[in-house]
Design a protein around this ligand. Structure first.
Ligand code: ASP
Length: 257
C-alpha cells in the first residue's frame, strides 16, 4: 500500500484564495504521489511534495512565507522517518528549499541546525541558495506593512507518506507565525511537537500555534493515541482535544497509521 497526505496549513482563508489553496495542495500531493508510484521512498516523496509548497506563494513555506518582526523570511523545516532518523533546520534564511536541507541533514546525521550554521551547511551541500530578500513575496510585504499588529497567524505546510517498503515519513516546512519575533522558532522543526514518525505505528505532522503545540508535544501525543489500533482520525481528534483541554490556541494534524 502506498499513501500520501498533505496539509496546506491551519489558517482562515478568504473566498478568493480557496481555489489557489486547493490547486496547490493537489499539485503537492501529486508530486509526492508520482515519486511513490515510480518506486521512490517516502522521504523522497515527502520532500517532493513539500518542495512544491515551498515554491507556491499561496503557502507559508519557502518563497512567499510570512514575514517576521523585521520584515524578513526565516524558515523552519524538518523530516522524520519511522526508523527514528530525523533532521531539521530552523530560523534559516536564503534557502529556497529548507525541506531538502532537512533531508540532507537526516541522511548525514540527525540534528537540528539553526540560523547561520544551517545556512552554511546548506551552502556546503549544494542546496539552492538565494538572497534572503528573494523569498519575500510582494503580497507578504504589503500585508506586513498594513498589519503591523497581527501576530500568531500560523499555516505550516505538512506531509506524511508511506512507501512500498512500509516506511513512514513525516515532514514540515514553515515561515513560522506572522510578525514573529526575529529568531523565534516554533514547533515545526521540533521532533515530537511538529512531527513524529515511529516504525510501524504511524507518522504525524502538525500545524498551528507552536507555543501551544510544544507544551503538549502534539505529534508524539497523537502517535501514542494510535496504540491499540485506534483509527488515525480518532487519534487526531483525541490529540487536538488534549491540546484544547490544556492550552489556548489552535492546531491541526495529519496522521498516517
Ligand atoms: N506551527 C508553526 C509555528 O508555530 C506555525 C504554523 O503552523 O504555521 O511556527
Amino acid at each position: 500500500m502506498l499513501c500520501i497526505v498533505v496539509h496546506g496549513g491551519a489558517k482562515t482563508i478568504s473566498e478568493e484564495k480557496v481555489e489557489a489553496n486547493h490547486a496547490g495542495c493537489t499539485a503537492a500531493a501529486e508530486a509526492g504521489w508520482a515519486v511513490l508510484i515510480s518506486g521512490g521512498t517516502a522521504a523522497e516523496s515527502v520532500e517532493a511534495a513539500i518542495r512544491v509548497f515551498e515554491t507556491d506563494q499561496t503557502f507559508n513555506a519557502g518563497f512567499g512565507a510570512t514575514l517576521n518582526s523585521d520584515g524578513e523570511v526565516e524558515l523552519d523545516a524538518a523530516i522524520m522517518e519511522g526508523s527514528l532518523c530525523w533532521g531539521g533546520v530552523a530560523a534559516v534564511q536564503g534557502v529556497r528549499h529548507p525541506i531538502s536541507v532537512a533531508r540532507k541533514i537526516m541522511d548525514d546525521k540527525p540534528r537540528l541546525l539553526v540560523a547561520e550554521g544551517a545556512k552554511r551547511f546548506a551552502t556546503e551541500c549544494g542546496a539552492e541558495m538565494c538572497r534572503k530578500e528573494a523569498l519575500v513575496a510582494d503580497e507578504q510585504k504589503q500585508q506586513w506593512k498594513e498589519d503591523q499588529k497581527v501576530s500568531d497567524r500560523p499555516n505550516t505546510v505538512v506531509c506524511v507518506a508511506l512507501d512500498k517498503s512500509g516506511t513512514l515519513v513525516a515532514g514540515t516546512s514553515t515561515g513560522g507565525t506572522t510578525h514573529q519575533q526575529a529568531g523565534r522558532v516554533g514547533d515545526s522543526a521540533v521532533v515530537g511537537c511538529g512531527l513524529y514518525a515511529d516504525g510501524k505505528i504511524g507518522a504525524c505532522s502538525t500545524t498551528g500555534n507552536g507555543e501551544s503545540i510544544i507544551p503538549v508535544v502534539l505529534a508524539k501525543t497523537a502517535i501514542d493515541f494510535l496504540n491499540g489500533d485506534r483509527h488515525p482520525e480518532e487519534a487526531a481528534q483525541m490529540a487536538i482535544a488534549a491540546l484544547k483541554s490544556k492550552v489556548e490556541g489552535e492546531a491541526g494534524c495529519i496522521i498516517l497509521g
